[in-house]
Design a protein around this ligand. Structure first.
Ligand code: URA
Length: 186
């Protein structure tokens, strides 16, 4: 029998709740361990993700995989990875507010079903949505936030680390160590 998460993925696969449905190749629902203690939330699929139907398989994803190995000693199969919007915004533009709102119930149900101990938000979109704030990631990161009985650890999007160099990367590493400590303490 399919799990509730698989049923939700099936539902999302036919979603037409916003205009992004028209331009997508695949709905990029989420990947990884459905019982993970650690869940990552990114922004939205890029071209490669849209082709493969898997989140974070492009350059940002390769960096995320490396950081998972180096700071947490795990590969992606041990965590769950999803995005704020499940369909690729055209030309890699930012997701619009109506698209984020249309997709929000999928993310909320995903979080409830995976039931992680710690959520790491990658970048401004995921962090602002889940913490319900306009403050930017540079100010928000560096600590954890209570989030519905869990802990939320905001960090930079890997694309920002690819652009921003050593300093951004070092802060991302520190945030991942914080997430690891919170899981260990749970
Ligand atoms: N960036 C994201 O935010 N999500 C992906 O899945 C890929 C790149």
């Amino acid at each position: 029998m399919p799990s509730a998460l698989e049923l939700l993925a099936d539902e999302a696969a036919g979603c037409t709740l916003c205009g992004l449905a028209a331009g997508r190749n695949t709905v990029v629902f989420g990947t990884g361990d459905p019982d993970a203690d650690l869940m990552f939330v990114g922004e939205g699929p890029g071209a490669e993700e849209d082709r493969q139907g898997i989140p974070f398989v492009g350059r940002s994803g390769r960096l995320l995989d490396r950081l998972l190995a180096e700071e947490l000693g795990i590969d992606r199969s041990r965590c769950y990875i999803a995005n704020v919007v499940k369909c690729r915004p055209p030309d890699n533009r930012d997701p619009r507010a109506d698209e984020v709102e249309a997709c929000r119930p999928y993310l909320e149900r995903q979080i409830g079903l995976v039931d992680p101990v710690v959520i790491v938000t990658l970048g401004n979109f995921a962090t602002r949505l889940l913490l319900d704030t306009d403050t930017g990631i540079t100010k928000l990161r560096g600590r954890s936030y209570p989030f519905g009985g869990r802990q939320l650890v905001p960090t930079f999007h890997p694309a920002a680390a690819l652009r921003g160099g050593a300093d951004v990367l070092a802060r991302m590493r520190a945030d991942l160590v914080r997430a690891k400590m919170l899981i260990g303490a749970s």
